[in-house]
Write a protein that binds this ligand. Structure first.
Ligand code: HAX
Length: 435
């Protein structure tokens, strides 16, 4: 058994027994109440699942196994000569709740490299699609085509014992994560660079190699990708993409089916697609205002006009956060350190000064602050990745780390099929009348 898998098995056995005992002895303890507003507005705040890998605080933002993003930047191993954390380190941390050593992350980079093989039919499936198919659609179709590789599905069909679900899930998760940069880079080169693909550089780490296969060279872009793929990895279990993965996987549908479902959820503009919408918004405002150096007054007027036309300001607001997103701040710090004289980055910073007051003045927006998606596009454009239709794929590659680590835990802990209760509006009216 590989060292990460062995560690995971030992830890998950202990927790599984503890949770079983808790369920038996304390199963009736109340953990909260649900009010009508929560039923009517997307179940905000209803505590209804266990997600081991990270937890979100409205004010402090995300903590991965208790560590904030600045702490991760201090503690996770880096590649020699680079200052940004390696996503391999975060995956290790999320899976086994331990900060890995340099040797551990090097082992993981090598292990993913060994598992990165893409079956021939996946490129055939992609090639059958029109080149202008949205990259997220291509990404999903490619993931689904990889389902032929599912060890879980094969072993289940052969009569696998419940006790082995975690093992097959671990293998599928490791294999899928290993393959994602290759299929994601393939889609980018196919859609935007005439199908001129770039061979992987197996001496690089997972994120560095992805940057290389995208065709954007330079140490700073590799560094950005390590940071980007770390900070987008997980945002507890209630967000739409993570929850979709959790729900699908609870039916014992394999990791490929589950992750593809989550990616369809990430492809919505209120969720991950917001990163493409933000850059589109910035490009459109530059076009309409006729300058790439707009004043804050011009920006304020443009924001107001957008709201007046019944649209949202992409990259602002959040269902849980009530402060600027630490993932936005981490990207701002990166831009301050590495990027000089970018009009796009300056617009992002000026919008940060202008938008919150305007959203606040509407009197209904719960969180007027920027979220993770407000900053990423401007940095990517700086390095030459200007095709914003692709941005959510980058997010998706990263999100695999969190949701697949969490899914492996779900199978090890033997979580049940998810099945909440729905009610009709008639039922609600009756209930309120009788209350
Ligand atoms: N611009 C304009 N109006 C906004 C707004 C924004 N950025 N954010 C919230 N509002 C509006 C809502 O549309 C809602 O209006 P109605 O009552 O007229 O329907 C009202 O304010 C209350 O909404 P809320 O309680 O503040 O926010 P929700 O929890 O319902 O929604 C969203 C959270 C993220 C969907 C919302 O803030 C939004 O639409 N933001 C813009 C899109 C975006 O950036 N999405 C990415 C979020 C982060 C993420 O998941 N990344 O992947």
């Amino acid at each position: 058994m590989d060292p990460l898998k062995k560690k995971f098995f030992e830890k998950s056995q202990v927790l599984m027994k503890e949770l079983k005992a808790l369920r038996k002895e304390k199963g009736d303890v109340k953990v909260g109440e649900v009010n009508l507003k929560q039923v009517l507005t997307g179940m905000r705040g209803v505590k209804s699942m266990v997600w081991e890998t990270s937890q979100l605080d409205p004010i402090e933002g995300i903590r991965f196994r208790g560590y904030s993003i600045p702490q991760l930047k201090e503690l996770l191993p880096t590649r020699k000569g680079d200052s940004q954390p390696l996503p391999e380190g975060l995956f290790w941390l999320m899976l086994v709740d331990e900060i890995p050593s340099q040797k551990d992350v090097e082992w993981l980079s090598d292990e993913w490299e060994k598992r990165a093989y893409i079956p021939a039919h996946t490129s055939k499936v992609l090639e059958a699609l029109p080149e202008d198919t949205h990259p997220m659609t291509q990404f999903n179709i490619a993931i689904m085509s990889l389902q032929t590789e599912s060890i879980f599905a094969k072993r289940y069909a052969e009569g696998m014992s419940k006790n082995d679900y975690w093992d097959a899930s671990y293998e599928d998760s490791m294999n899928l994560i290993a393959k994602l940069p290759r299929i994601a880079a393939y889609i980018y080169r196919r859609s935007f660079h005439g199908g001129k693909h770039i061979e992987p550089d197996t001496s690089l780490d997972w994120a560095g190699n992805y940057a290389h296969m995208l065709g954007i060279e330079g140490a700073d872009f590799k560094s950005l990708m390590r940071l980007y793929l770390t900070i987008h990895a997980d945002h507890e279990g209630g967000n739409a993409s993570a929850h979709t993965v959790h729900l699908i996987n609870s039916t014992l549908s394999d990791v490929y089916n589950s992750f593809a479902g989550g990616m369809n959820s990430l492809a919505g503009p209120l969720h991950g697609l917001a990163n493409q919408e933000v850059l589109k918004f910035i490009l459109e405002l530059i076009e309409e205002l006729g300058t790439s150096k707009p004043t804050k007054e011009q920006l304020a007027a443009y924001v107001q006009k957008t709201l007046d036309s019944g649209k949202v300001i992409p990259g602002y607001g959040h269902a849980v956060l009530r402060q600027p997103d630490p993932r936005f701040i981490a990207q701002k710090k990166f831009a301050e350190e590495f990027i000089e004289n970018s009009d796009h980055v300056q617009i992002v910073w000026d919008l940060f000064d202008v938008v919150p007051d305007i959203l606040d003045s509407l009197g209904k927006v719960a969180n007027p602050w920027p979220n993770v998606d407000a900053h990423s596009g401007a940095i990517l454009v700086h390095y030459g990745l200007s095709e914003y239709q692709y941005y959510t794929v980058l997010f998706g590659v990263s999100r695999a780390l969190g949701v697949l680590a969490a899914t492996t835990w779900s199978r090890a802990l033997g979580f049940s099929l998810e099945r909440p209760k729905s009610v009709t509006s008639e039922w609600i009216k009756e209930f309120v009348k009788n209350d």
